[in-house]
Design a protein around this ligand. Structure first.
Ligand SMILES: *[C@@H]1O[C@H](CO)[C@@H](O)[C@H](O)[C@H]1NC(C)=O
Ligand SMILES: *[C@@H]1O[C@H](CO)[C@@H](O)[C@H](O)[C@H]1NC(C)=O
Ligand SMILES: *[C@@H]1O[C@H](CO)[C@@H](O)[C@H](O)[C@H]1NC(C)=O
Ligand SMILES: *[C@@H]1O[C@H](CO)[C@@H](O)[C@H](O)[C@H]1NC(C)=O
Ligand SMILES: *[C@@H]1O[C@H](CO)[C@@H](O)[C@H](O)[C@H]1NC(C)=O
Length: 565
C-alpha cells in the first residue's frame, strides 16, 4: 500500500538523537553548571518542615530555601548564582487514569532530598532505576530577586522526544540562564510518555496532554508565591513538545491557562490522530500486552519496565503498519477526540477563531539527522526518484518532481541527499509550520515565524557528521541556544543566545518578540500569505522555496490531508 511508504525513508525523524544522548545530568555538567552539594546540616534542614527549626537553618546560611505556597512549604535549593531551583511533584496518577493536581507541595516521587532532580517518566533505552511512574514532576527555576509581590511571566517548557523518550533533566534544559535573562520563572515539566501516556487498554486518550494541563493548573495556584503572575504563562516546547503545545491550543478548556505559545520545530505535517485510528491502535496494543483489557490483576502486575520495553516498544515500531496515519516517528500521540480536543487546527476541519500570539520556529536542516543518518553515501538520481515515489506515493511524487525545489537534473555532484534533506525539512516541518502560521493569522491570531541559521549541536547529533558541518543546523540544535546552555559558545552562538533570550523576554512580557530600544531587526508578524519568516542567526528574510501558499497544502497534500485526520 502506497501510503505506508511515507514512513520508509522519513522514519524516526524526531527520535534518534535523543537516543544517543546520555540521559541524566549530562546537560548540567556539559554546560558547566554544577549542582550544589548538601552538607549534613542542610540535609537535616530540608527534612524539617516550615518551623522555627528550619528558619534557623536558613539563617545559618544553608543552601536550602523555602517558600510558602497555598499548597504548603516549597523546598528548594539555591542553584547557580541568582536562581532558586525547586523540583516538585505537580500531579499524581494511577496507571492509565487521568492525573489529578497535587493538594500538598511535595518533592518528586516521595523524595526527601531537595537537591535531587526528578526521575524520568518510564521510557525505553534507559536503565529502569532512572524512571518511575510517579513522574509528573517539574523543575522550577526562580530568579532569587523575585518575591511574593513580584508579578513576572513564566515560561513552561515541554520537552521533545517523539512522545516516547525525554525528561526535564535532558541535556541543555537547565532553565537557570533563561530565567535570569528573561526576568521570568522557567518551569520544565515532565508528562507521561509512550503507551503509559497515549495508548491505554481502557481506551483512555490524551493522558499525557492532560498532564500538561494539570501542570498549568498547578502553576496557576503556586506562581504568586514565587513572584509569578499566573495570567502571564507562555507554553514553549520543541519537536513533540511543540506538537503537545499545538494540541493545547486545540483544547478549549485550557485556553484560560496560558497567554501565548512558542513552538520550536513542531512536525506539523502530522495531524492529531482520529478516534477511529486510535481505537485500532489501542486494540493492537492490548493484543501485544499479554493481558486482556479488563483483567486489572494482570494489568497491575505489569511493571513499567515490562510496558515500555515490551508492548510499548513494539507499538512504537509497528503502529504504522496497522494505521498508516500513526507515522513512524510519533505513533503514540494526541487524539482529536471531539471533546477535550475539538479541532484539528489544520485545513481538514474548520479552523477555530483564535487570539493568542504564537512564535513558530524551525531550524535550517530539520531533516539532516535522518537523511544523512540513513544514507551515509551519496544518493544518485535513480535512487532519489525511487525514494520520493516510495515515500510520498505516485500522485504527490509527480507534483514534487515538477517543482523547481525538488526536481531532478539540478543537483550537485550526482548526490541528491541535499535535495532530499530539503524535502524532508519542508514537508514535515517548515512548510507545514508556515501553513499553520497563515491559518492562525487568517483566524484572528498573531504569529511570528523564524528559521534558525545558527545552532548549537545537541548532544547526540554529532553521530551524523553532516550535523557537525559548518552552517548546518539540525533538529534540536536550537535548544541550547534558547536555554543559553551551549557549552563554549562561539561568537555567533553567543550573539544568538543573547538575541533569542531578549526576544523571548519581550514575547513573555508583551506577546511581541521585538524588545523596546533594541538594535535587533524588526520581526514582522506573519501575514495571511507572506509569513515574513526571519532568519535567526543571520540577517534578512528566510528563503521561501516551496513554502508558498499554493504549493504545500494545495498542490501537494500534507500527510494530515492524505490520511484525512
Ligand atoms: C541529594 O541529591 C543530590 C543530587 O542528586 C545528590 O548529590 C546528593 O547526594 C543527595 N543527597 C542525599 C542525602 O542523598
Ligand atoms: C521513586 O521511584 C522508584 C521507582 O518507581 C522507587 O523504587 C523509589 O522507591 C521511589 N522513591 C524514592 C524516594 O526514590
Ligand atoms: C475500547 O474500545 C473498543 C472499541 O470501541 C471496545 O471494543 C472495547 O470494549 C473498549 N475497551 C474498554 C476496556 O472499554
Ligand atoms: C524496535 O526498534 C528498535 C530500534 O530499531 C530495535 O532495537 C528493537 O529491537 C525493536 N523492537 C521491537 C519489539 O520490534
Ligand atoms: C512509483 O511507485 C509505484 C509503486 O508504488 C510504481 O508502480 C511506479 O512505477 C513508481 N513510479 C516511478 C516513476 O518510479
Amino acid at each position: 500500500m502506497v501510503l505506508f511508504s511515507i514512513t520508509c525513508i522519513f522514519s524516526l525523524l524526531l527520535l534518534p538523537s535523543l537516543l544517543h544522548a546520555s540521559p541524566v545530568l549530562r546537560g548540567f555538567s556539559s554546560s558547566g553548571l554544577s549542582l550544589p552539594s548538601l552538607d549534613s546540616k542542610s540535609w537535616f534542614c530540608h527534612l524539617v518542615h516550615m518551623t522555627l527549626a528550619q528558619k534557623l537553618c536558613l539563617q545559618e546560611g544553608s543552601t536550602a530555601i523555602s517558600v510558602n505556597t497555598p499548597l504548603g512549604a516549597a523546598q528548594g535549593v539555591v542553584d547557580v548564582s541568582g536562581v532558586n531551583r525547586f523540583a516538585a511533584k505537580y500531579a499524581s496518577a494511577e496507571r492509565w487514569s487521568p492525573s489529578a493536581v497535587v493538594t500538598a507541595w511535595a518533592l518528586p516521587n516521595g523524595s526527601t532530598n531537595v537537591s535531587a532532580l526528578p526521575l524520568m517518566c518510564p521510557q525505553p533505552y534507559v536503565d529502569n532505576s532512572m524512571f518511575t511512574e510517579d513522574c509528573l514532576s517539574m523543575i522550577l527555576y526562580v530568579p532569587t530577586t523575585l518575591h511574593a509581590g513580584s508579578s513576572v511571566p513564566t515560561l513552561m517548557w515541554i520537552h521533545g522526544g517523539s512522545f516516547m523518550v525525554g525528561s526535564a533533566t535532558n541535556p541543555g534544559l537547565d532553565g537557570s540562564a533563561l530565567a535570569l535573562a528573561t526576568d521570568s520563572i522557567v518551569a520544565v515539566i515532565q508528562y507521561r510518555l509512550g503507551a503509559l501516556g497515549f495508548v491505554a487498554p481502557n481506551n483512555q486518550t490524551n493522558l499525557g496532554l492532560e498532564d500538561a494541563v494539570n501542570a498549568l493548573e498547578f502553576l496557576t495556584t503556586v506562581l504568586p508565591s514565587f513572584g509569578g503572575d499566573p495570567s502571564k504563562i507562555t507554553v514553549a516546547g520543541q519537536s513533540s513538545g511543540a506538537n503537545l503545545i499545538r494540541a493545547l491550543l486545540a483544547v478549549p478548556s485550557a485556553q484560560s491557562l496560558f497567554q501565548s505559545a512558542i513552538l520550536q520545530s513542531d512536525p506539523m505535517d502530522y495531524g492529531f490522530l482520529s478516534s477511529s485510528d486510535q481505537v485500532q491502535l489501542q486494540e493492537y496494543f492490548v493484543s501485544n500486552l499479554g493481558c486482556t483489557a479488563t483483567d486489572s490483576t494482570c494489568l497491575n502486575a505489569l511493571t513499567a519496565d515490562n510496558i515500555v520495553n515490551g508492548a510499548g516498544l513494539w507499538q512504537f515500531n509497528s503502529s504504522v503498519y496497522v494505521v498508516p496515519a500513526a507515522t513512524q516517528s510519533e505513533p503514540m500521540r494526541v487524539v482529536n477526540d471531539g471533546t477535550f480536543i475539538t479541532s484539528t487546527l489544520d485545513s481538514t476541519s474548520p479552523f477555530p477563531r483564535v487570539s493568542k500570539p504564537v512564535l513558530l520556529s524551525n531550524v535550517l536542516d530539520e531533516g539532516g539527522y535522518t537523511i544523512y543518518g540513513s544514507f551515509p553515501d551519496p544518493i544518485p538520481e535513480a535512487e532519489y526518484v525511487a525514494i520520493v515515489n516510495a515515500s510520498f506515493g505516485e500522485t504527490r511524487y509527480e507534483t514534487l518532481m515538477g517543482s523547481q525545489s525538488y526536481a531532478v537534473g539540478t543537483t550537485q555532484n550526482g548526490d541528491y541527499r541535499p535535495q532530499l534533506q530539503v524535502l524532508a525539512t519542508d514537508s514535515v516541518w517548515r512548510c507545514a509550520t508556515w501553513t499553520f502560521a497563515r491559518n492562525w493569522v487568517s483566524n484572528g491570531g498573531t504569529a511570528y515565524v523564524g528559521l534558525y541559521t545558527v545552532g548549537a549541536s545537541y548532544p547526540g547529533n554529532s553521530a551524523v557528521s553532516f550535523c557537525t558541518e559548518s552552517g548546518v543546523v539540525c533538529h534540536q540544535d536550537d535548544i541550547e541556544i534558547v536555554f543559553g546552555t551551549a557549552p563554549n559558545p562561539d561568537t555567533a552562538q553567543s550573539a544568538l543566545i543573547t538575541e533569542m533570550q531578549s526576544r523571548y523576554k519581550s514575547f513573555l512580557y508583551n506577546g511581541n518578540p521585538n524588545p523596546d530600544d533594541s538594535s535587533y531587526a524588526e520581526w514582522q508578524a506573519a501575514g495571511t500569505s507572506d509569513v515574513n519568516a526571519i532568519m535567526l542567526g543571520s540577517t534578512g528574510d528566510a528563503p521561501i522555496g516551496a513554502c508558498t501558499p499554493s504549493f504545500w497544502g494545495q498542490s501537494v497534500a500534507y500527510d494530515y490531508q492524505v490520511f484525512d485526520i
